[in-house]
Design a protein around this ligand. Structure first.
Ligand SMILES: Nc1ncnc2c1ncn2[C@@H]1O[C@H](COP(=O)(O)OP(=O)(O)OP(=O)(O)O)[C@@H](O)[C@H]1O
Length: 498
């Protein structure tokens, strides 16, 4: 038997008083695919950053076998995307690999084309990365990581913004690499994916390795139980029984937000949609068919080219998210690092951001009151942290996301909440907490608009679902009775089957 691809012995790492990784021991043979799972803040990213050489362990050792001919030892796809938004696809792909940076423009484009073709992805190599969808950017990150074959490939939630067909492309590429002898570490909060792709599993809890072995010997429930240290509870909160009379009443009252014949050049055509107070309205569809743009129109990020946006029955023209906030509309954007968090600020500053103007209208902040509000955010969503004054960048990705959502929960002036892929990178246990909080908002009368790439989340959480295809609404279904097949039919251009 050849030398293992990865040997990781008694590895530990602390950040101040936080013991992020404690005594982890794992060996991976060539061709093996390891699922690395754990709740948000369990220590997965810290471990992967040590495997990739980005961080040094405090104690213990990591050995990686020699790279293949012309390859490299480790490649990692990070959870937070690391591409240059103002450069083209070809330029991004040629960065980070010393051999290609001196190539001619033509050679760079050729290299990019063949790398993307190898992955089976159709992205224009001359497109500016900032113009790509989040899913396309995620695939590009993967292409960058495997353009030169590694001995160890580390994928930190590579599928969080991918649609099923894109996930299949990624899995095919991972399987090809593993067949060629690479070892792979794969992190995902989507359990089904782990069982589909991986051979082994390493479960982490509070920095420690709590389970390790063949995945086939374990059930999904066992994994969740060892991740959270207790039995799994229901993911989605129950919905009130709804009858037809109630439905009729709902459509008669003015919507909290209504789009009437809204178009947006290049992305939306004649969209009609109602979001009613006290309910969760979702928009489903394959990535890039206009769902995100509808969310952005409601949140004031984009102004429609034509058509009307009504807020509580009155036409409004929202020219910025600031105006939307003034009219009671909050927004959680899909890329928390670009559009949501003040990265150099504390957890407190980030948690207070939304409620601040309404909480302290005079501009004079009561530190005691502020602390209480922030405490509500972190305890309600169980944000794993060391101190409220800690910079938010020090939190794990999923815990940052909880703060981003939590900031709206404490804003009493909130009437409409637009959530654009809110649970990206959030573990199962925390998802349940977030879903419960969203449901509580609707009980308070808030209207919620949910855009998500996770169809199970849409059907499990929302009351009704609109489906989009090619910038148009192709159907509207009751989420309680809608099936994944019915939604996919509409999302791929079919018409409603009644
Ligand atoms: N640079 C840092 N400074 C201080 N603490 C940190 C730093 N990086 C991580 N931590 C802490 O170490 C712990 C483990 O975090 P890590 O990012 O490894 O978790 P994770 O399992 O990857 O979570 P997620 O699923 O949310 O990405 C957390 O408590 C986190 O707050």
């Amino acid at each position: 038997m050849s030398q293992p691809a990865l040997t990781c012995q008694h590895v530990s790492k602390s950040f101040g008083a936080t013991r992020a990784v404690v005594d982890v021991d794992v060996t991976l043979n060539r061709g093996e695919i390891l699922a690395l799972v754990g709740e948000n803040g369990a220590g997965k990213s810290t471990l992967m950053n040590m495997l990739s050489g980005l961080l040094s362990p405090d104690t213990g050792s990591i050995t990686i076998a020699d790279p293949p001919e012309g390859g490299r030892a480790v490649s990692m796809v990070h959870q937070e995307l690391s591409l240059f938004a103002n450069l083209t696809v070809a330029e991004n792909l040629s960065l980070g690999d010393g051999d290609t940076t001196h190539r001619s423009e033509r050679a760079k484009r050729e290299f990019a084309r063949s790398t993307l073709a190898g992955l089976g992805v159709d992205i224009d190599v001359d497109a500016t990365v900032g113009d790509l969808t989040v899913g396309q950017r995620q695939l590009l990150e993967v292409a960058k990581a495997i353009a030169v074959p590694p001995t160890l490939l580390i994928l930190d939630e590579p599928t969080s913004s991918l649609e099923n067909p894109q996930v299949e492309l990624l899995f095919a590429a991972v399987r090809r690499l593993s067949a060629a002898g690479a070892a792979v570490v794969f992190v995902s909060h989507r359990m089904d994916e782990l069982f589909e792709l991986c051979d082994r599993v390493l479960v982490m809890r509070d920095g420690r390795q709590v389970d390790e072995g063949p995945l086939a010997d374990r059930t999904r429930d066992q994994l969740v139980a060892s991740m959270v240290g207790r039995e799994a509870s229901d993911l989605y909160p129950s919905r009130d029984a709804r009858d037809d009379d109630q439905d009729a009443g709902r459509s008669a009252e003015p919507a909290a937000v209504e789009l009437v014949d809204v178009s947006l050049e290049g992305s939306l055509s004649s969209v009609d949609l109602r979001v009613t107070a006290g309910s969760i309205t979702a928009i489903a569809g394959l990535e890039g068919h206009g769902q995100s743009e509808v969310a952005e129109v409601v949140a004031g990020v984009r102004t429609p080219t034509s058509g009307t946006l009504r807020r509580a029955g009155r036409p409004v023209r929202l020219r910025s998210p600031r105006q939307a906030v003034r009219s009671g509309i909050g927004y959680v954007a899909p890329d928390r690092r670009l559009d949501g968090l003040l990265l150099d600020q504390s957890i407190s500053a980030n948690a207070l951001l939304a409620a601040m103007p309404r909480l302290f209208p005079s501009g004079i902040v009561s530190p005691r009151r502020a602390r209480q509000v922030v405490q509500r955010v972190v305890s309600h969503l169980a944000v794993k942290h060391a101190a409220l004054t800690q910079p938010i960048v020090e939190l794990s990705g999923g815990n940052q996301q909880k703060v981003l959502i939590g900031r709206w929960l404490v804003d009493d002036g909130l009437e409409v909440l637009v959530l654009n892929d809110p649970t990206r990178g959030v573990d199962v246990g925390s998802r349940a907490q977030i879903y419960q909080s969203i449901r509580e908002l609707t009980e308070r009368g808030v209207a919620v608009l949910l855009v998500s790439t996770d169809l199970q989340e849409i059907l499990g959480l929302s009351d009704e679902v609109y489906v989009m295809y090619s910038g148009r609404i192709t159907g509207r279904l009751d989420s309680r009775t809608a099936t994944e097949t019915a939604v996919m039919h509409l999302a791929t251009g079919g018409t409603a089957v009644v």
